[in-house]
Design a protein around this ligand. Structure first.
Ligand code: NAP
Length: 248
């Protein structure tokens, strides 16, 4: 267990999938969670309820991470309401997969503006407060696909590789003020998307993973929780792989 009592944590895309597991885990460590989402209010409310039922604290904040002004307005409100913000988990992300030959300009632009510009927007919005506080934790969700590539995901791979460069640059800028910036790089994680794969495709993917299974959202949440804790105070600019050995 890590002690996050008194910490305020914003989890972008915290309503579903990996973000939901992160939100629940950080809440179980004592943090007050601000769950960001964009469309699915029902899922966001369900995550809030699950955190509260387990004795934790959570509020909701609806905004589009790719909208610079909306992000800044929402983050300012969060900081005002909670008198601070200590942890930012840049988790919101999308895919628009297709081979480059068929990829439309909007498939590229959407993925880049949510996955990469979204992280710029949210990080920039929290930075002034964290610099003033002289401390903070930022964890960015990248992907094994950003490290090794994958056919049909050139837009997604580029956005996730960009996150790694952004993470390392921000880590250097912010280290003197006690703010750590790290990336967590999941491999193939069991989510709604992998559940929809045919049994044959699932077997094919799993056969390539040395640990012989998909990862779970809890595997990712555990790594993120560690990076937000005091135990990780000397770790910054790292890409923390949680991929069952598929890429080392
Ligand atoms: P997911 O289940 O599809 O959930 C995406 C979350 O992001 C939802 O909460 C969604 O909210 C939110 N979101 C989407 N667009 C948004 C926007 N413009 N502004 C604010 N919120 C937005 O995703 P996931 O599979 O858990 O993935 C989470 C992160 O891990 C992503 O960055 C992904 O690239 C990364 N990752 C996933 C895997 C995997 O195997 N699943 C592997 C490697 C990396 P609404 O529902 O309200 O739209």
């Amino acid at each position: 267990m890590y002690n996050l009592d008194g910490k305020i944590a914003l989890v972008t895309g915290g309503s579903r999938g990996i973000g939901k597991a992160i939100a629940k885990r950080l809440a179980s460590e004592g943090a007050t969670i601000v769950i960001n989402y964009m469309r699915n209010e029902e899922a966001a409310n369900e995550t809030k309820k699950e955190i509260e039922d387990a004795g934790g604290q959570a509020t909701l904040s609806k905004f589009d991470v790719s909208d610079f002004d909306a992000v800044h307005e929402s983050v300012d409100k969060i900081i005002e309401n909670h008198q601070g913000l200590h942890i930012l988990i840049n988790n919101a992300g999308i895919t628009k997969d297709t081979l480059l030959m068929r990829m439309k300009e909007e498939d590229w632009d959407n993925v880049m503006s949510i996955n990469l510009k979204g992280i710029f927007n949210c990080t920039k919005a929290v930075t002034r407060n964290m610099l003033k506080q002289r401390g903070g934790r930022i964890v960015n969700l990248t992907s094994v696909v950003g490290e090794m590539g994958n056919a049909g995901q050139s837009n997604y791979a580029a956005s996730k590789a960009g996150i790694i460069g952004f993470t390392k640059a921000c880590a250097r800028e912010m280290a003197p003020r006690g703010i750590t910036v790290n990336a967590v790089s999941p491999g193939f994680i069991q989510t709604d998307i992998t559940d929809q794969l045919t049994e044959e495709l699932k077997k094919d993917y799993i056969s390539r993973i040395p640990m012989d299974r998909f990862g779970t959202t809890k595997d990712i949440a555990g790594a993120v929780a560690f990076l937000t804790s005091d135990d990780a105070s000397y770790i910054t600019g790292e890409v923390f792989r949680v991929n069952g050995g598929i890429y080392t």
